[in-house]
Each structure stands twice: as structure tokens, then as C-alpha cells.
Design a protein around this ligand. Structure first.
Ligand SMILES: [Ca+2]
Ligand SMILES: [Ca+2]
Ligand SMILES: [Ca+2]
Ligand SMILES: [Ca+2]
Length: 475
């Protein structure tokens, strides 16, 4: 093993020096992968095992031109940063396991490598019945970690894995962390930064429920910062991207030239509708319907976790209404809970054919949604094109410029705000048409409780109309 300073790659040396200088003078070590074997001298597994024993940052160069078939996970256990530079090789998992994991919060920076799972998963060929759902890349944050945890991916493809394609987990309750809003579980004081450039995530998350293309779980103090450029998330079982932030901290996301297309159909309605009760919803007068008469939770389907069953009662204990649903998912889902905001900018991107909302942003408790959408298209999503919901003290403000939302099953754009706070929307050169039944479905703006609402729309074509509550239109 040679020290990085022996290498002639000045850029990498600079990066490593920067990191090393920040973490005391512990020299980075480098390792060369010279063959495509699963294990043994010169293999990627040997390189990672050697890196695990080193005290400082580690750099692995994959020089072998061949693809690498592996029989078990590649597990990086150091807390120091790991850099891996490939030349477009594919690391191909021969079975259902996580391909590359950093188990103790070590930053990872991965360049020019493809990660391929065994493939062939769907709800009728599940991966998780044996308790395992393999991911592409996993970075697991330590419970006591602080500062900024970083995942950097450049020129990376992740495909054919059963579970999340890419997962950063700062959450101490493991897989049960993110089944819904950003609430469950605790975590570390650390923030998370995820930086993706030219990343393709395709056909992942089809082997189990709630498995996303990119999933970030951020808990306890700390922000979730995501920069996603020139990338695509397609054919993902659950959300193309899900950013889940709980407790104190904000979500700060910059998305550019990225597509979120045809995601969210692991719970495929064609397969599951047959398991719904004959009456899958109902509304009742008080005293009419007892709770025990509501159809029970569904069992015996390919994955019973796919069904939602909601029952609401009158104070008397009788049923007011019930509803069964199939849990399909979104193109891009952000859930922010606790003190903190959502700041997001989505530019030159496409959000097409997702099985629930195209873009679904939810903000709870203190904090605002600050949104910028430029040169972006939402088309043919099953529910709303772009949905923004804010609860608690805080505002919803948005600039929407030269963007469109058409042919969606729900509304084109939704901006809704509750409790203290305002709605402020500026739309310029925005087009909506043929959303839902085209009756006030282009743009829904709701400002409830204290506060004011203003929408200003300039040279826009909202062909299917506004649905406005508590918001004043200035044209
Ligand atoms: Ca944290
Ligand atoms: Ca947080
Ligand atoms: Ca908040
Ligand atoms: Ca509010």
C-alpha cells in the first residue's frame, strides 16, 4: 500500500489533503484493485478489508477493466472517509444482499462504478420473506456522530436491487424508521449531505414494500442537504427519491436536470385490487354502523403491507367513514417534521408517470416551505403533479417559472397552508391543463387560519382553472 502522496493525481491528493488537514494529520492510504475476483489479493474485497484496518482516509482505485461478481456484501467499517474510483466497472451481486455498505458512518465518495443486484423482483417474487432486502449503497450513521456525514456519487448507476437503491440512515430504529412522515425514531446530532451527479437509479425497490430509489433518513439535530444533478430515478418500487427529516433541522434540496419517471408501483393495483373488500369505502350516519362491521384488515395478498385501512368514528363510537387504499408512491417525496424548513429548487427536470403524486412535499410544525420550480414538467402522474402541504407556524412560498403540469389524475399544483402563516405564490409562464376533471384543478391554493394568501400569475395558461381558498389573486 502506498500513501496517496506518492500518487500523481493532484486533484485527489488535494481533496484528501483537505480532509486529512481537517481531521488531524493522519495519512490517507490507497489501494489498487487489480483483478475482478470476489476475494483474495488484488480484489476489491481485500482492498476494503485493508482499508478497514487503516486509521485515516482510504482511497481505492479499481484498475481492473472487468466486471466484478461478488458473493456477499462489501462492508466498510472504518469511521474515516472512503473514496473509490472506478472506470465504469460493474459490481454485480450474485444474490440478494447489500452491495456496498459503510457501517460506522464513514463518508463515501464513489466515482464511475455501477452497482447491479440480481434483479427479477416484484410483489409476487419478494426479496424480504427471508428477512433480507439488499440495497445498492448504504451509509449508516453512528448514533453518536456529529458534524456533516457525506455521500458523494459521480457517474454511478444502481439497478436491479430489491430494496433502496441508495440509503443514508441516521435513524436508530432501522427499517421501521421511515414508513411515513419524518417522525419515527431518533438519531445522531449529525447532518447529512448527499451529492449526486450523473447518477442513474433504475428498477430498484421492487422486492419489498417502501423501498425507494434514494432514501435519506435524518433524525435528531441536523439538516438534510441534497444536491442531485443530471440524474434519473426510474421504475422504482416506492418513491424515486424520499427525503425524510425529523426533529430539529431543515431539508435543503437542489435538483437540476433530473428525471423522476414511472415510480411507485411495487403495490401494483392490477394485482392487489382483487383483495379489496367488495365495499372498499363507506360514509355513515351516527348510530348506523358499528366498528366491528367494517371489513377487517386484508390478509393473504402478495404483500398485505400494501393496503391502507382507515376508519374514523363519531364521539359515540359508531363509524363515520372507512376507506381501504393501495399504497402506491411518488416521484419525489419530502417529509419534514419538527422545527425546520423545506428549501427546494427544482430546475430543468421531468416528473412523469408516477403512481401517486409527482412531487409530494410535506412540512410539519414550525417552519416553512420555500419552493422554486423552473423549466420543469409534471405529466401523467396518478395524483397531483406538484403537492406542497404546510402545517404549524410557517408559510408556503413558491416561484414557479416556465413550468407545466398536465394530464395528472389529481391537481396540477397544490400549495396548502394551515395555522399561522401565509401563502405567497408567483407563477410566470406556467401551463396547466387536463388535470383531474378539469374543474378548478390547475392550481389549488389554500390558506387557513391566521395569515394571508396572494397569488400572482403572469403570462400563464391555467386552462383547468384555480381553486382558491383564503388567497387573493393579483393579475
Ligand atoms: Ca441527525
Ligand atoms: Ca433533524
Ligand atoms: Ca418544520
Ligand atoms: Ca402555517
Amino acid at each position: 500500500m502506498k500513501e496517496i502522496f506518492m500518487k500523481n493525481n493532484l486533484i485527489i491528493t488535494f481533496l484528501i489533503c483537505t480532509i486529512v488537514s481537517l481531521t488531524n494529520v493522519v495519512l490517507a492510504h490507497s489501494y489498487v484493485v487489480s483483478n475482478s475476483k470476489d476475494s483474495g489479493d488484488g480484489s476489491i474485497r481485500a482492498a476494503i478489508e485493508n482499508a478497514n484496518k487503516s486509521a485515516g482516509a482510504n482511497v481505492i482505485y479499481i484498475k481492473s477493466g472487468n466486471n466484478i461478481k461478488i458473493l456477499s456484501s462489501l462492508s466498510y467499517t472504518s469511521t474515516a472517509p472512503l473514496f473509490i474510483y472506478g472506470q465504469g466497472q460493474t459490481i454485480h451481486a450474485m444474490d440478494d444482499f447489500t452491495i456496498l455498505e459503510s457501517t460506522n458512518g464513514g463518508d463515501m465518495s464513489i466515482h464511475s462504478i455501477n452497482f447491479r443486484g440480481p434483479g427479477g423482483f416484484n410483489i409476487e417474487n419478494r426479496a424480504d420473506l427471508d428477512g433480507v432486502g439488499g440495497k445498492g449503497i448504504l451509509l449508516n450513521v453512528r448514533d453518536n456522530q456529529y458534524g456533516m456525514v457525506k455521500l458523494v456519487l459521480n457517474d454511478v448507476k444502481v439497478y436491479d436491487v430489491a430494496n433502496h437503491g441508495i440509503h443514508v440512515s441516521d435513524c436508530d430504529v432501522g427499517a421501521t424508521c421511515g414508513a411515513g412522515g419524518g417522525g419515527a425514531g431518533g438519531g445522531s446530532p449529525a447532518s447529512i449531505s448527499v451529492s449526486l451527479n450523473n447518477v442513474v437509479v433504475d428498477n430498484v425497490g421492487q422486492g419489498m414494500f417502501d423501498a425507494d430509489g434514494l432514501r435519506v433518513d435524518e433524525r435528531d439535530n441536523g439538516d438534510l442537504i441534497a444536491s442531485i444533478l443530471n440524474s434519473s430515478f426510474t421504475r422504482v418500487g416506492a418513491d424515486g427519491v424520499e427525503l425524510d427529516e425529523g426533529q430539529a433541522g431543515s431539508v435543503i434540496a437542489q435538483i437540476e436536470n433530473t428525471s423522476f419517471n414511472n415510480n411507485g408501483y411495487y403495490c401494483h393495483p392490477d394485482i392487489l385490487e382483487a383483495y379489496l373488500p367488495e365495499e372498499d369505502e363507506g360514509e355513515f350516519e351516527d348510530g348506523q354502523m358499528t366498528e366491528s362491521a367494517v371489513p377487517p384488515a386484508i390478509t393473504g395478498s402478495p404483500d398485505d403491507g400494501c393496503f391502507e385501512r382507515e376508519v374514523s368514528l363519531y364521539d359515540s363510537g359508531f363509524v363515520e367513514e372507512y376507506e381501504f387504499g393501495i399504497d402506491v408512491d411518488d416521484g419525489f417525496d419530502v417529509d419534514e417534521a419538527g422545527p425546520g424548513d423545506i428549501y427546494a429548487e427544482v430546475t430543468r427536470s421531468t416528473i412523469i408517470g408516477n403512481w401517486d403524486e409527482g412531487l409530494d412535499f410535506d412540512e410539519e410544525q414550525e417552519g416553512s416551505i420555500n419552493m422554486t420550480i423552473i423549466d420543469t414538467i409534471a405529466l401523467s402522474n396518478t395524483d397531483d403533479g406538484y403537492k406542497h402541504s404546510e402545517e404549524g407556524p410557517g408559510n408556503v412560498s413558491a416561484f414557479v417559472i416556465n413550468s407545466s403540469s398536465e394530464d395528472n389524475g389529481g391537481k396540477g399544483f397544490v400549495f396548502e397552508e394551515e395555522e399561522a402563516g401565509n401563502v405567497m405564490i408567483m407563477a410566470q409562464d406556467v401551463t396547466t391543463s387536463n388535470n383531474d376533471d378539469s374543474d378548478g384543478t390547475g392550481m389549488e391554493l389554500v390558506q387557513e387560519d391566521s395569515g394571508y394568501g396572494i397569488v400572482r400569475s403572469i403570462s400563464s395558461s391555467i386552462a383547468d382553472g384555480f381553486d382558491i381558498e383564503g388567497v387573493e389573486s393579483i393579475n
